[in-house]
Design a protein around this ligand. Structure first.
Ligand SMILES: [Zn+2]
Length: 219
């Protein structure tokens, strides 16, 4: 799956840029976008770059920082840290393939990561470990290894989980309890709402059921 540049810009922001003066394929981002959007996270286990230098921080877009942190923690929990032999960059303001004639890379937004670049070079059909690809996919990252021109070191964010938003539940103007909004639906505790409406609630957890008895409805 590949997202359009429109999706990337509407989700992660738009910035003005110019080609870098001395570094072919790199760009300079103009204005405040970088300061407002690019943040640093600390990897939860030892990560090294292609020159085996230890990385103390990863710079990425603020909206993907939690997905990236969850991904790294997930790799750690599953004992898969060894599959990340080298971490080869996340936020890198540049064109695709460092080619100034090509569009901007998703790395310019800090929403893509390159991992194991030496083992999985651009254009090769080498396949990263399926457990590794699955761990990225769980956090909304697509793998570049199946693109027309494969880029098997590359993973990029194509799906951004919406953070849950608090939602006040009111009954005839009285605030009953707080729920939250998830995937466009209101999620809230059943008991408080039902009891506020005069109903009784029987939770049968073992059966996986919650039954609401409406007033006068259980004679
Ligand atoms: Zn990449």
């Amino acid at each position: 799956m590949v997202r359009s540049t429109e999706w990337v810009e509407s989700t992660f922001g738009r910035f003005a840029w110019r080609d870098h003066q001395n570094k072919r394929g790199a760009i300079e981002i103009l204005g405040e976008w970088e300061r407002q959007n690019i943040i640093s996270i600390a990897p939860p286990f030892e990560l090294r770059d292609a020159r085996a230098r230890r990385l103390s921080i990863i710079r990425c877009h603020r909206l993907v920082a939690s997905a990236l942190t969850r991904l790294l923690n997930d790799l750690k929990r599953r004992g898969l840290c060894h599959l990340a032999n080298s971490f080869d960059g996340c936020f890198v303001p540049r064109h695709m393939g460092w080619n100034p004639r090509r569009p901007l890379s998703r790395h310019a937004w800090g929403i893509a990561v390159d991992v194991n670049a030496r083992l999985f070079p651009y254009g090769s059909r080498a396949k990263q470990d399926p457990r590794f690809i699955a761990a990225f996919a769980r956090q909304g990252f697509a793998w570049g290894g199946e693109w027309r021109t494969p880029d098997p070191m590359h993973f990029e964010v194509v799906d951004l989980p919406q953070p849950a938003r608090p939602l006040a539940i009111l009954l005839d103007g009285e605030r009953v309890i707080e729920g939250f909004l998830h995937d466009g639906r209101a999620v809230a505790p059943v008991r408080e709402i039902a009891e506020a409406m005069g109903a009784r609630v029987a939770a049968r957890i073992a059966e996986g059921e919650v039954e609401i008895h409406t007033p006068g409805g259980d004679c």
